[in-house]
Design a protein around this ligand. Structure first.
Ligand code: ADP
Ligand code: MG
Length: 927
């Protein structure tokens, strides 16, 4: 073959290298295309390769294109056109003829030279044989495609991992499982993809084991993915090796067995239960495997029907059902199975081995797979033939029992746990408010229980039926009548019956104890009421006792102070009287003597006042009560009160209209009000307000009961309130005690309130302190209303000059105390009277007899032997015109009853001044 250098394109292609390549077989040949002339020059090697006719002369591009594989011609043409339009590098692969009917893959590589205007001038190139390379590539692509298709097609999860456990490939199952697209899981390990690191560690440990051992393994794995999927996998894993047999990772395929696991677990459990139950029980149990229609059953069932076998086909079973029942049973069982039901039950006749039909109650439970498909049905049969007979017997014995218990309240009950039956006679039904002929089940029992008693009753029942406890069932519960709604109390007792450590029945009796319960409740209520009554009474007694103790204390202190006061009065009478007389005899020039006497007189008067208060407290001051209008009395005091209260304290008087009259000693009442006002003032050192109020008032029985010594009725209220410091409870408790004071020495005597107390009590009234710390105090004085008494006897006392007697007026002084008698005699003599004296009643009567001119007897009340009152009675009986003036140191004596003088009795209390005596004597003589 001539090798024309002109036509060889080698110059353009780096000739030397091309020649070497040609010689080495790395290239098939070369071409040169004069684009403008459309003349293609090829070397002989290429000619051969293309199977071109060497004598073909001038060749155009189309001549060459025609020689390539028909399928590749179009693309080749397009690639060439593309190359010459842009110039530069050109690479294209296509098939060329390689002998008859054989084609081989070649790669053309060339270069397009463009002129200045961008038009292609020349296009030289080489052709490389790439058939081997294409073969390998295709095989690889095919294998890869096959693998992908295969991996995708495999059900379940298929994956490959490298030695580090990174996922290299995963199928759709893997993608679904992980819940992320492949680009998110490829290259990651289980530790990165699983939620549970313990599981991830377990998976990776298994992977490492397989890669280390080179052994394929099948294992169950539990995995939780972050997408919430929890799964059980049955995984097959094998080592992944490279071309040299080195282990470079592993491949795995996993099947999701989550549902199977769950179903297996539940079936295992149910099976186990039934197996145990079937073994332990005398119940007739059967087990129908639906996949193959195989039925097995236990000994108890075999015994029940006498069939000498423990298994059969479902068909055999059906064949043994009474022909009349067969279709119905078939339908009913399929109705349950086919419609997703769980429980089936029916009554039918089943043929025994001896050919007779037994009445049976059959019940079954359908077990289903994860897709809800029925897998098995397990059931129990009950021979009703026996039960019917037993029930007949039972009815008979029940009847006997019924008759036996008819007269009583006892009903019995029988719970058949095996057959879930409840047997109640009419009597028991009645306790649940159910008519005799209504059939009852356990549901009726529980439905009839009072909700509050439900729990204790079922707990007791469970304990009775528990083979480990075998407890006595002993409860009292309430029932709510099913038909009548009536609540009844029932006391029930019973015991479980056990068969081989299994409770089959619980039987017992029940008694309607409603009446007893009612009585008990009533009794309890009565007891409670009684108890609270007792508690009340005890509290009342304590209160009364407290009040009594308080009044007894007051009484005792009163008697004591009364006794002291009496003696004091006698002494004071002997001091004041002579001082009075002494005053009259003093030298008017002797001013000093006069002053001494005045000082002594003042002290004696103060002492007398104190004694007076003590007497008042002991309720033994002689009172001269009269009908009075408290409003008038308070109004009349306003000057005195304002004066006593001082400038910083405002006085307010609130006087009720239509105020009732009361009967009291006005002088003492004034004293009381004054005392209260002074206390109010003392409680308000910074000033404030004192309110004196009057009101009509009714103290009812309730109030009287709560306040010892208060008679219910109408009272006139005089209340003195202040806005002062108030009194704490412990001060209130003691405030009335004589000598109780919280004031500093010299300021308080502690006798103010005791005087108030004594006066009020002595006047038949009542006094009460209300006080609040910081807000003030109110002292309420209640004086009994005066009813039906003369009105308007207010005595206006006008101060006279010392009323004197005349010598024809003769007075007899009767006094056992020498000092007082002498003073009295002297005083009366001083006043101008003619005076006789006696130291006892007997002496007095003698003198009266001798001196009929005596017009007035002035006598002490308390004297040894015969007292003043008796003397007066005797004297007045004998000398009716004789006038009597009593005197006394205290009032507990004949003329003063409860502190009140008998009507018509004249009295002057000791100690008395000359002035007082003069006024009183004149008063009595002129009556
Ligand atoms: P005195 O006034 O001499 O202390 P009282 O018998 O009048 O004696 O009063 C006894 C005590 O009761 C007083 O010391 C005082 O503590 C208290 N008290 C009486 N009246 C009031 C009042 N209006 N406010 C506050 N405390 C009072
Ligand atoms: Mg006082």
């Amino acid at each position: 073959m001539p090798q024309s250098s002109t036509y060889l394109p080698l110059d353009a292609l780096d000739g030397e290298r091309v020649r070497v390549a040609l010689a080495a077989g790395a290239i098939i040949g070369t071409w040169f295309w004069d684009v403008k002339a459309d003349a293609v020059t090829v070397d002989p090697a290429l000619e051969r390769a293309f199977g071109l006719d060497p004598s073909g002369g001038r060749r155009t591009l189309q001549d060459l294109i025609r020689s390539v594989h028909p399928e590749d011609q179009t693309s080749l043409d397009a690639a060439i056109q593309d190359a010459i339009s842009r110039g530069g590098q050109y690479v294209h692969q296509y098939r060329t003829r390689h002998g008859d009917d054989a084609w081989r893959w070649v790669e053309a590589r060339g270069w397009v030279n463009l002129d200045a205007s961008g038009a292609a001038i020349s296009f030289p190139g080489v052709l490389i044989d790439i058939s081997e390379r294409r073969r390998v590539e295709e095989a690889r692509d095919r294998a890869e495609g096959l693998l992908n298709t295969f991996v995708e097609a495999v059900p379940g999860v298929v994956y490959a991992k490298d030695r580090q456990g990174r996922l290299l490939i995963g199928n759709r199952g893997t993608t679904n499982l992980i819940g992320r697209p492949p680009e998110e899981y490829l290259g990651r390990t289980d530790a990165e993809l699983l939620d549970n690191q313990i599981q991830a560690a377990a998976v990776m440990a298994a992977d490492a084991r397989i890669m280390a051992s080179g052994q394929m393994e099948q294992l169950e794995e539990e995995v939780n993915y972050p997408n919430g999927k929890r799964a059980f996998w049955l995984s097959t894993k094998a080592p992944l090796r490279d071309a040299n047999g080195q282990i470079v990772g592993l491949i795995g395929a996993s099947l999701d067995i989550t549902d199977r696991k769950a179903v297996e677990a539940s079936h295992r459990e149910i099976e186990e239960r039934y197996r145990l139950a079937a073994l332990a029980t005398s119940d007739a149990i059967w087990d129908w495997r639906m996949a193959d229609g195989h039925v097995i059953w236990n000994e108890a069932l075999a015994t029940l029907f006498g069939h000498d076998r423990l298994e059969s086909s479902a068909q055999w079973w059906l064949d043994n059902i009474h022909p009349d029942d067969r279709e119905r049973i078939g339908d009913s069982i399929h109705a349950v199975i086919d419609h997703g039901g769980d429980v089936w039950s029916a009554e039918y006749r089943f043929r025994r081995a001896d050919g007779a039909y037994a009445d049976i109650l059959d019940r079954g439970t359908v077990l289903r797979g994860s897709a809800g498909e029925p897998i098995r049905m397990i059931g129990a049969m009950l021979d009703l033939t026996g039960r019917k007979a037993a029930q007949a017997a039972l009815t008979e014995s029940e009847e006997r029992l019924r008759l036996a218990t008819e007269a009583s309240d006892i009903g019995f009950w029988d719970v058949d746990l095996v057959n879930d039956l409840l047997i109640w006679p009419a009597r028991t039904k009645a306790m649940f408010g159910i008519s005799p002929h209504v059939p009852c089940s356990m549901a009726d029992f529980y439905a009839g229980l009072h909700p509050e008693d439900l729990e204790k009753t079922s707990v007791a029942f469970a304990a009775a039926a528990d083979p480990a406890q075998r407890a006595l069932y002993d409860v009292e519960y309430r029932t709510v009548g099913k038909e009548d709604g009536v609540t009844r109390w029932v006391a029930a007792k019973g015991r479980g019956l056990f068969e081989r450590d299994r409770c089959t029945r619980v039987v017992g009796v029940a008694i309607d104890v409603t009446a007893r319960k009612a009585a008990e409740t009533q009794l309890r209520e009565l007891n409670e009421r009684l108890e609270s009554r007792v508690a009340e009474e005890v509290a009342e007694r304590i209160r009364v006792e407290d009040a009594l103790r308080q009044s007894q204390k007051m009484e005792a202190v009163g008697q004591l102070t009364g006794g002291i006061a009496h003696d004091f009065n006698n002494m004071l009478a002997a001091i004041i009287g002579p001082l009075d007389l002494l005053t009259g005899r003093l030298d008017p020039e002797d001013a000093r003597a006069k002053r001494y006497v005045d000082i002594a007189m003042e002290a004696a008067r103060r002492a007398a006042q104190l004694t007076q208060r003590l007497l008042a407290f002991s309720r033994q001051q002689p009172l001269q009560p009269e009908s009075l209008d408290a409003n008038k009395l308070v109004a009349g005091m306003s000057d005195l009160l304002s004066h006593s209260l001082g400038g910083d304290v405002r006085l307010e008087t609130v006087l009720a209209g239509g105020l009732w009259r009361t009967h009291a000693d006005p002088n003492q009442l004034e004293n009381v009000i004054l005392n209260l006002a002074v206390n109010a003032r003392d409680a308000m050192p910074e000033g404030g307000r004192v309110t004196v109020e009057t009101a009509n008032c009714y103290l009812d029985h309730g109030y009287a009961e709560g306040n010892l010594g208060v008679a219910p009725g109408q009272y006139v209220l005089i209340a003195v309130s202040d806005t002062g410091a108030g009194m704490p409870a412990e001060v209130i408790a003691k405030a009335f005690d004589p000598f109780f004071t919280t004031k500093e020495v010299g300021r308080g005597t502690g006798l103010g309130l005791s005087q108030v107390y004594g006066f009020v009590k002595q006047s038949g009234g009542h006094v009460k302190i209300y006080s609040e710390i910081g807000s003030g105090t109110t002292v309420k004085v209640y004086l009994p209303r005066q009813v039906g008494a003369d009105v308007g006897t207010d005595v206006v006392t006008i101060a006279h000059p010392l009323p004197r007697g005349e010598l024809q007026e003769v007075i007899l002084v009767v006094e056992d105390e020498l000092a007082v008698r002498q003073f009295s005699v002297d005083a009366l003599t001083e006043l101008g009277y003619h005076v006789f004296s006696a130291d006892s009643a007997a002496a007095a009567l003698r003198i009266l007899e001798e001196e009929p001119s005596i017009s007035l007897m002035f006598t002490d009340v308390v004297m040894p032997e015969t007292n003043g009152r008796k003397l007066a009675d005797e004297a007045c009986r004998r000398w009716p015109h004789l006038k009597v003036l009593f005197t006394t140191g205290y009032s507990r004596n004949a003329v003063v009853h409860n502190g009140v003088l008998d009507p018509g009795v004249n009295l002057i209390g000791k100690p008395f001044t000359l002035q007082e005596l003069a006024a009183r004597v004149r008063d009595v003589l002129e009556k």
